[in-house]
Design a protein around this ligand. Structure first.
Ligand code: PMP
Length: 427
């Protein structure tokens, strides 16, 4: 039996060897040692039902045997070559992606992380349009690299505070959400700001980047008309729409991609997280015409390697053969109505329940987010002790985040709701 150093041992090593900025959830975090579909296990054998899936990463379940077997098989056969050599898993994967991506998006460039996918997409937009400017939504999150951090509206993720105020030519517009305004009013405000930017400097803008549903920003679902209108305004100025589907992609919202909810065909889609279900694989995709603008030889050392590609193919097979998108829609309705019922019982704590499919946020104390953030931390701790892992996000860190693996069951959801009800009455 393996000897575990336990949470204290891990925290002590992290304190000594990690960068001090490396954060973690929980006042008393567990040491996680094993995953089994929607369940995670601590070193003491305690089982946790995972309602966060590492921020939408593990859609098809932890260590899903059908996927892990194919990863292991590839790992033992041909582990690595980059795209300069001919191998089959990455072309099969690119072909599969072309089949599920919206509209005419049929070309894929493989990389290793969400940040890198967005970085590539932004560069591609500049190359294609020969323009420099970007538009991004306030409170969005697009990554950790310099360029992606520059288009990240959430201040807590912009490690360099000078970013976006200087070099990268980014204009932020309000997102389609504002406490105190209706969804339509907030979206109209956002569109108004977009029109103003377009009138002032539309012909200098290469692309607008947006998460279809803001994840870390607090699960912001725009009204159905919002992105169709954004797209048609951008088209009038030849500006590309980059959909950051890194949290929303691959069935989570009840559709393969969240933009499918509104029938919007972005010019570039970026993907990561759930695509590899834990194995690093990410990509950006576009049409033939846009892809042609990436005209310098460009290969990524790990991008499109056989192991990541074989895994992603297995993930897509699993999502399709188990109808996980449909499942997300059905179980999302169950989870959402259960959370709404709790909102009715705890109106002094729960301000709003929102989301699509199995990507749901519960905002606590919208009018006093500091109190909400403390409550969120209390609830996360309490729920963990009761055997449920849930997440948190939002500008004030006052939103409970529910993004379980899509293999979660109705029983798991009912048990979690009853634990949450008990936790709400005890905090
Ligand atoms: N975009 C979105 C919407 C994300 O949620 C994240 C990560 N949370 C990223 C980009 C960056 O992805 P990565 O951490 O893989 O670089």
């Amino acid at each position: 039996m393996q000897q575990y150093i336990g949470p204290e041992g891990i925290l002590s090593k992290r304190g000594q060897y990690f960068y001090p900025c490396t954060s973690y959830f929980y006042r008393n975090p567990p040491q996680l040692v094993k995953g089994e579909m929607q369940y995670l296990y601590g070193h003491d054998g305690k089982c946790y039902t995972d309602f966060f899936a590492g921020v939408s990463v593990v859609a098809s379940g932890h260590c899903n045997p059908e996927i892990a077997e194919r990863t292991a098989e590839q790992l033992k056969t041909l582990q690595h070559t980059c795209t300069i050599y001919l191998t089959q898993p990455n072309v099969d994967l690119a072909e599969r992606l072309a089949g599920v991506l919206p509209g005419k998006l049929s070309r894929t460039f493989f990389v290793n992380s969400g940040s890198e996918a967005n970085e590539g997409a932004l560069l591609l937009a500049r190359l294609h349009t020969k323009r420099r400017g970007f538009i991004a939504l306030e409170q969005g999150l697009h990554g950790r690299t310099y360029l992606t951090m520059s288009v990240t509206g959430l201040k807590m993720w912009r490690s360099d505070p000078q970013l976006a105020e200087s070099g990268e030519d980014v204009t932020f517009i309000p997102r389609p959400y504002e406490p105190g305004l209706s969804k339509d009013e907030a979206a109209r405000r956002s569109i108004g700001a977009l029109k103003k930017v377009l009138e002032e400097k539309g012909h200098e803008i290469a692309a607008m980047i947006a998460e279809p549903i803001q994840g870390n920003g607090g699960m912001i679902v725009p009204p159905d008309w919002y992105f169709p209108e954004v797209k048609s305004l951008l088209e009038q100025y030849g500006i590309l729409l980059i959909a950051d589907e890194i949290q929303t992609g691959f069935g989570r919202t009840g559709r393969m991609f969240a933009m499918d909810l509104w029938g919007v065909e972005p010019d570039i889609v970026t993907m990561a997280k759930a695509l590899g279900s834990g194995i690093p694989v990410a990509a950006f995709a576009s049409t033939d015409e846009i892809a042609a603008s990436f005209n310098k030889p460009s290969a990524s050392t790990f991008g499109g390697n056989p192991v990541s590609s074989a895994t992603a193919l297995a993930v897509l097979d699993y999502i399709e053969s188990h109808s996980l998108a449909e499942r997300a829609e059905r179980l999302g309705d169950l989870l959402k109505s259960g959370l709404q019922e709790l909102a009715g019982r705890y109106p002094d704590m729960i301000s709003e329940v929102r989301g699509a499919g199995l990507m749901i946020g519960v905002e606590l104390c919208a009018e006093d987010s500091e109190r909400g953030a403390v409550l969120v931390d209390d609830l996360l701790e309490e729920m963990k002790d009761r055997g449920f892992i849930i997440g948190k996000n939002g500008v004030g860190r006052n939103v409970l985040a529910f993004q379980p693996p899509l293999v979660i069951t109705e029983d798991d959801i009912r048990e979690m709701l009853s634990a949450l009800s008990a936790s709400l009455s005890s905090v």
